[in-house]
Design a protein around this ligand. Structure first.
Ligand code: ADE
Length: 423
């Protein structure tokens, strides 16, 4: 369903708006920090006159971010950061509320990029990116847009890695704020958010019992840690594969078995990739897998599981239920791919719960305000969200949760600043 030039959008079905509104309101109940920022933005209008493009997973939580940005004065166009993560009732609600939205769940790659171009026609001053597809498109194909930009913010580890590579090559055309690097983002969203929502995605897709299964988690960054912790909590025997010695050691001391994927391939029941790299599960691994082994991805891109090689090996591909496809390798052995190898939590479930997105998107809103406030003063490099904002978000979240903490006495404060006192 596409709008006219005046009402620009491309979404599945505007009639879903009422369902979307209800679910957005439900998420808002779990997003008190973002709501405080929205109220503050309403008074202070820190984004007055700022055109924005948000290329994010279009979910109920994202809608609440969009409302906060608009309250701050921003004029926002929205497109998807993944072809399978869009919630079509949410796009309908956003369009009904006057946003320009270009996103349809299940869109093909061509439509995905068409939607990015349509959003970029909005000529943004600030881009909120999730995976760096918009920022890289601007640098590769639409450099004219960069001239008027205040900067971009980046939501995810993969996107920050790409933007740091641009910074290293000296080609970054505007400042970037790495929202992912905030403590109130990655400690919570990447760990507890991915941990819970990845299991949620696997369960909604398959309805299998986790207890007693061998779950192989590839990558022991914050996302992998979260998945391993939650799978273990549900009774799985967790195996971790890693390339980094320190992380592997951490996984081993957290009580997980650590081994190369070549060894894990033959014993795993469920495989979850969370590395941010390509071909983590490859031809030689599929060749060793048990019949019925399931592979799912929790990383940003769908390149962690080499599905092309699996398709080449397979005699037959069969859809068993939504987001569940079996690739028959030989007569008595099939590998089951969940969510087409895309982010399983957003493909088959609803992504991270609102309570963690509350902090991630509070960081996004404050990062946008930072870029607007610091106009002309920043270099074309990758920044962190200022430390005091991170602390403030943590403080507000604790307050909302009703959790009180201690404060240092003046003596304790002094002690921490001094070096004279020892044994
Ligand atoms: N990334 C992971 N979960 C998300 C969600 N619920 N909304 C937006 N982005 C997400």
């Amino acid at each position: 369903m596409s709008g006219t030039v005046a009402e620009r959008y491309d979404i599945k079905d505007i009639n879903l708006a009422e369902d979307g509104r209800k679910r957005i309101a439900w998420a808002a109940r779990e997003m008190p920090v973002l709501d405080l920022i929205r109220q503050r933005f309403e008074k202070e209008k820190p984004l007055a006159g700022v055109r924005m493009v948000a290329c994010v997973h279009v979910t109920t939580e994202t809608a609440n971010l969009a409302y906060a940005l608009r309250a701050g004065g921003a004029d926002c166009a929205i497109c998807a950061s993944n072809p399978l993560s869009t919630q079509d009732d949410v796009t309908a609600a956003l369009v009904a509320d006057g946003f320009q939205v270009f996103a349809i769940k299940g869109e093909d790659e061509e439509t995905y990029f068409k939607h990015i171009y349509q959003a970029l026609d909005h000529k943004p001053h600030i881009v909120i990116d999730d995976g760096a597809d918009v920022v890289s498109t601007i640098h590769k194909e639409k450099l004219d847009i960069a001239a008027d930009m205040l900067g971009a913010t980046e939501e995810t580890t993969t996107g920050v890695i790409r933007m740091r590579a641009m910074e290293r090559e000296g080609i970054l055309q505007f400042p970037v704020v790495a929202v992912n690097d905030s403590d109130t983002k990655h400690f919570f969203d990447n760990r507890y958010g991915t941990g819970q929502s990845t299991i949620d995605g696997i369960l909604r897709a398959t309805n299998i019992l986790i207890a007693g299964r061998v779950v192989v988690v590839s990558g022991y960054g914050w996302c992998g840690k979260g998945v391993a912790m939650r799978a273990s909590g549900m009774g799985a025997k967790v195996v971790v594969t890693e390339v980094d010695a320190v992380r592997a050691l951490e996984a081993a001391m957290d009580g997980f078995q650590v081994m190369p994927m070549d060894d894990a391939a033959s014993i795993g029941d469920i495989f979850v990739t969370a590395t941010g790299d390509i071909d983590v599960i490859n031809k030689q691994h599929f060749a060793k897998m048990k019949d019925g082994a399931m592979v799912a991805n929790a990383g940003h891109f769908d390149s962690e599981i080499n599905l092309d090689s699996l398709a080449e090996m397979a005699k037959e591909r069969k859809n068993l239920r939504p987001f569940v496809d079996e690739f028959k390798i030989d007569d008595d052995r099939g590998v089951i791919v969940l969510g087409e190898g895309r982010l399983i939590n957003l493909a088959a479930a609803e992504g991270h719960p609102a309570s963690v997105m509350d902090m991630s998107f509070a960081n996004q809103a404050m990062a946008a305000r930072f870029l607007a406030q610091e106009k002309g003063k920043l270099e074309n490099i990758v920044y962190r969200v200022p430390e005091e904002i991170d602390q403030e978000i943590a403080t507000l979240k604790l307050h909302a949760m009703g959790v009180k903490i201690d404060t240092l006495t003046p003596e304790q404060e002094h002690y921490l600043q001094s070096w004279q006192t020892g044994t």
